[in-house]
Design a protein. Structure first.
Length: 42
């Protein structure tokens, strides 16, 4: 599975980047694109 539109706590997501990656791994996601907006931090 691919997830190509995810947000972290650096924009309007509820998970930190580490938490998001760990959740993706646990869910069997093989590729992940973090698409935070209005920031280049993180």
């Amino acid at each position: 599975m691919l997830e190509l539109h995810c947000h972290t706590t650096y924009s309007d997501g509820m998970l930190s980047p580490t938490e998001l990656v760990n959740a993706a791994i646990e869910s069997g996601v093989r590729a992940l694109a973090i698409t935070d907006h209005d920031t280049v931090s993180g």
